[in-house]
Write a protein that binds this ligand. Sequence first.
Ligand code: AMP
Length: 557
Amino acid sequence: MEEDRLLFHEMGLDDRLLKALADLGWSQPTLIQEKAIPLALEGKDLLARARTGSGKTAAYAVPLIQRILTSKQTVREQAIRALVLVPTKELGQQVQTMIRQLTAYCGRDVRVADISGKADLSAQKPILMEKPDIVVSTPSRVQAHINAQNLQLHTSLEMLVIDEADLLFSFGFEADLKSLLCHFPKIYQAFLMSATLNDDVQALKDLVLHNPVTLKLQGSQLPDSSQLQQYSVQCEEEDKFLLIYTLLKLGLVRGKSLIFVGDVDRCYRLKLFLEQFSIPACVLNSELPVHSRCHIIAQFNQGFYNYIIATDEQGLENPVASSQKTQEKGKKKKNSGKSGKGKDKEYGVSRGIDFHNVSNVINFDFPTSVESYIHRVGRTARADNPGTALSFISHTELPMLTEVESALSGDTECVLKPYGFKMEEIEGFRYRCRDAMRSVTKQAMKEARLKEIKQELLNSEKLKTYFEDNPRDLQLLRHDKDLHPAVIKPHMKNVPEYLIPATLKSLVNPLKQRRKRKFKTGGMMLSSFKSTFRGKNPLKSFRYTRKKRGEKKAGKT
Ligand code: AMP
């Protein structure tokens, strides 16, 4: 523990808020919280650059709640006092959840409503008529409600938060945001939270902030190598499938994993491929209805699924938002929001979303921008947790790897190391992988995609009605079921003993239980087995790391 860090109870916070913080198990504020909360409570405008996973939601949510509690001691009249603007519906729901947790003991005094969901405007009108103290929304939703005269902010708004500010512009909210400003009062306190302070954010700063304090706290955009291990492995298309099969089927990847692919089709290609081997995985992309997406994330966080195959289409379609190279060239291209039929432009999983306890991020397809890499990989190693990122790199993806490496090279502690896996050792699996790949035809993918969307639309309807009332029933609703557009051969489920490389035999069946115990914290088996993996024996270093972490933890408490 850092000796002189200000603690929550030294910040003059309401007891109910302190109790909720204690329930969350947060023994001390994160760096951004330590700096931002006192300044915000003094009434300062803030521009904060904070690394994803740094605790920035609470950095603005705590002062928001505290100021509302204080203000309600004098003026009890119910009013919308704070507006939190977010770029995606997923983030909207996450922010609402966090605020609900923080207001667990003062929920009557501080009410929050997330209106970023897709419900009809008229269905949300009664919520707004009750004037929740905090409204969370995307800019376009707020604008729509203002236009429909369901929402008035020009007299009551006291605080404005713009979360993931850099993304708001890239999601095409620029016009919405600018026209919203005319509906705000002249004076309000504003917080701008952003992972990067690019030109868009500077422009926004001039529009909404008055004499702000700028907090540039993060040293690097990603945690250092003692917390986040980053690897890359060169492999072409077929090898990507071979490697993912081996990693998952032989249990070389442990714990919850997010697997990122390049587009929606690839989601289904990989899901169907894994399905051939009875490896269940959820798919997460912008075509799925928002209720399903949020439910998948909620269930993943509760430990229902081990693998999510996700796209980060916004990041992919708008690589320019951060690509330094392109920025230098001044060729900025804004996402016009025309991200394709059936796709939700307010979708985003690689940015801002707090997947819990993700042990591994696997870039099955490498992202197409530095920013996208940082945000994908930022889904693991959150708060104080360790994490591993592994990127599969085909020859066409090499230039982007170089770009990512040079962008991260400022951080000597934050580099991609080669994942020393001997592909030739797993040649024996190639035949069955090819067989499985052949079964995943274009037609099968098309059918799977349609079937999934149909299924999820039904799920989404159920979720819409039951989410609040019957949370238990919802546990029965799963999103990782087989889609079965292709014939599944039962024998593919098992891994024949003779195919397992001698060096990996100790990893599979016979010693499974023992192995499980060793890896129960999650992670990725690296060059633990000298002959299959190149390099020194990192099982040692894995144990060492754990020991070191244990010591660190012990030292902390
Ligand atoms: P955020 O950057 O707001 O998405 O938060 C990232 C993660 O850090 C979330 O899972 C939070 O629950 C967690 N977190 C936020 N503040 C703290 C804290 N003071 N102590 C421990 N965990 C925290």
